[in-house]
Design a binder for this molecule. Structure first.
Ligand SMILES: Cc1cc2nc3c(=O)[nH]c(=O)nc-3n(C[C@H](O)[C@H](O)[C@H](O)COP(=O)(O)OP(=O)(O)OC[C@H]3O[C@@H](n4cnc5c(N)ncnc54)[C@H](O)[C@@H]3O)c2cc1C
Length: 594
């Protein structure tokens, strides 16, 4: 079943909704002319649809192979496609020009990343983790390290990984045992075992740069004693030639439910040479640059896999003939009507589409905030955008993956029994998407981050600014072109406000109650964010129609938006009611009663 990249949606978001031409005075945007962006979208779609997507199914079946010499080969075709991608310059799209990157806006590279991930999430993880390594190295590397590593990482010639997890230490990083011993030459000897390291070993880059969390001997216990190290597979000379093999290896590959084309490695470090990034004992601060990047990337995975599964479900529904329309046959010349005539099938497809289109707008808008935080000349704009990034990262990660799972599940359901067989791609999408709710901090932990850290941070400044922006939008547009959308936004935002007040009143005195309701609260946050996006999209679609456009895209957009208002937004009521249940019922059982 072919993958189809969402090119038209991105054109609409870039040109009509967010009008990114208005930012042409920002760094990176000056090069991003509408023509160049159109070419990137078209060419990105071609590359991902024609080169990467065909590897997705076979890669799932073949998986990665660990050899006796501890090397790993990725599925057939991955290496060649990766090389093609590097030669075409795709990994360098958003990279810093100082290090050979093309310096294009993040919002543009995000669109390409969605296409790559939708085509094959397992494949896309290899360059995706490298992006995170670039972020951490940029934040914590010395000039010397940056000059040596960043050009090769940005081009994709080398790849990167992130090494946090150990067998006894997942969410609770304070427990980690990997140790670092200072060496006479200023480097460190790293020893320890890391598990589930994505892209930890493979056969398509000449070096792999591991970013490893470890505790410097004698350092404080807990998270305050964790440092971050750059530990390359091959130690480069000053010119960047890969030299001596470092003492680390892949000791095993995980057998797992999905993303089979991505190598999930047990990594063993034995006195491996590592370079400290940032200050000693402050590694988490630097690692957060990588983790925030990765969290947005995982939210994107939820959206991208959801989209790919939806495309397959639509194709299937058009072809599958079963039963008759309740109102009489739609195709009397055929033995049965297509399943598209059934309201429940239409519900699943359209709810999916409403979530995907809203989610894509949300991801694009947040990516734009990343560009503003970095490149705006106005300090207040930079500060606001940076506040939004902090506030919304857990929402993007958890909400888009939860909704991506719903979309993928409904897409499988549309397939009926065929979806459960391996003959159709629905089952692979279902297996591939499930991890997105777990890694990069489980969604439960994202919700705690939102409620416990992001809401109160800076005295609540970020959240209050966000609420203020929505209130201002509502006030300006209530009597405008699309009142139903603005009303939906206003009412959902009121529920979010209600939930926020409830947390303020109950959270301090009863942290279990706040934590018990945190994921429901995050969902209301996500629904409000999507309502905001849908209001802006509907407004622009209506404006295009009013201006005489005959492009059917705009009228369709409004019809899909109505599904969002009618069928997705009412979920906010249930979430609010659930969060207000507190934690009493959850703690009514004694542990022995479980
Ligand atoms: C395929 C795959 C790829 C991965 N890739 C990488 C990688 O590249 N690099 C890397 O370092 N790691 C990687 N991981 C590890 C991943 O990030 C962890 O699995 C994840 O952070 C959760 O940790 P855990 O599995 O140990 O779960 P645990 O921490 O044991 O959590 C178990 C359950 O308890 C809940 N829980 C735990 N603590 C709390 C708390 N304080 N409050 C509320 N609930 C809590 C969790 O939400 C979860 O539901 C990968 C994992 C997988 C499966």
């Amino acid at each position: 079943m072919p993958y189809k990249a969402p090119v038209r949606d991105y054109q609409f978001l870039f040109n009509d909704v967010f009008k990114i031409e208005q930012y042409s005075n920002l760094k990176g945007f000056e090069e991003a002319s509408p023509d160049l962006i159109a070419a990137i979208l078209e060419e990105g779609a071609r590359f991902t649809e024609e080169v990467v997507a065909p590897l997705n199914g076979p890669g799932d079946k073949e998986g990665c192979v660990l050899h006796p010499d501890h090397t790993v080969t990725a599925p057939k075709g991955y290496k060649e496609a990766y090389q093609q991608m590097v030669e075409a310059g795709w990994p360098a799209l958003g990279g810093d020009p100082k290090y050979g990157g093309q310096g294009l806006p993040h919002v543009v590279s995000t669109a390409y990343s969605e296409m790559l991930t939708g085509a094959s999430s397992a494949f896309a993880m290899y360059p995706g983790l490298t992006d995170g390594a670039v972020a951490a190295l940029t934040a914590g590397g010395t000039d010397e390290l940056r000059d040596l590593y960043l050009p090769k990482l940005i081009s994709g010639e080398w790849s990167g990984t992130m090494n946090l997890t150990e067998p006894h230490c997942g969410t609770d990083l304070g427990l980690l045992r990997s140790k670092a011993v200072p060496d006479a030459d200023g480097t460190y000897k790293i020893t320890g075992q890391k598990i589930w390291i994505s892209a930890g070993e493979h056969d398509f880059t000449s070096n792999i740069c591991h970013l490893v969390l470890a505790r410097i001997e004698g350092g404080p216990a807990g998270v305050k004693g964790i440092s971050l190290f750059l530990v390359p597979k091959f130690i480069p000379d000053v010119d960047g030639n890969t030299g001596e093999r470092n003492s680390l290896q892949c000791a095993g590959l995980e057998h797992k439910m999905g993303i089979h084309g991505n190598s999930t490695c047990v990594m063993v470090y034995e006195d491996a040479k590592g370079w400290l990034l940032g200050n000693a004992h402050e590694g988490l601060k630097i690692m957060f640059y990588m983790m925030n990047n990765a969290r947005l990337g995982v939210g994107l995975q939820g959206l991208a896999i959801g989209h790919a599964s939806h495309v397959a479900a639509v194709e299937f529904a058009k072809d599958r003939l079963q039963g008759r329309a309740l109102t009489g046959p739609k195709s009397p010349d055929k033995p049965a009507d297509s399943i598209l005539v059934h309201p429940d099938v239409r519900r699943m497809l359209l709810e999916s589409r409403a979530l995907l289109e809203g989610g894509r707008a949300f991801l694009t808008w947040v990516s734009l905030q990343a560009d503003l935080a970095k490149g705006s000349e106005d300090e207040a704009t930079r500060e606001k955008a940076s506040d939004y990034m902090g506030l919304l990262t857990p929402v993007i990660k958890a909400f888009l993956t939860e909704k991506g799972l719903k979309v993928t599940q409904d897409s499988m359901q549309v397939h009926g029994g065929s979806g459960f067989t391996e003959h159709f791609p629905a089952s692979q999408y279902m297996r591939d998407i499930r991890i997105t709710l777990i890694y990069e901090g489980t969604n439960g932990v994202q919700a705690l981050d939102l409620v416990g850290r992001k809401l109160p941070s800076k005295g609540g400044r970020s959240v209050m600014t966000f609420f203020g922006e929505i209130d201002a939008y509502v006030a300006e547009h209530e009597a405008g072109k699309v009142p139903a959308f603005v009303k939906g936004l206003k009412e959902t935002k009121a529920k979010l406000m209600d939930g926020t007040m409830w947390l303020m009143q109950n959270g301090m005195g009863n942290p279990d109650a706040a934590a018990a309701g945190s994921l429901d609260y995050l969902h209301i946050f996500g629904l409000t964010s999507l309502a905001y996006m849908w209001a802006m999209m509907a407004e622009q679609a209506q404006a295009a129609i009013d201006a005489g456009s005959t492009d059917p895209y705009y009228a369709t957009k409004l019809k899909v938006g109505r599904v969002f208002l009618d069928r997705i937004l009412p979920e906010a009521d249930a979430h609010l009611q659930r969060m207000k249940a507190g934690a009493e019922d959850l703690f009514a059982l004694e542990d022995e009663e479980f």
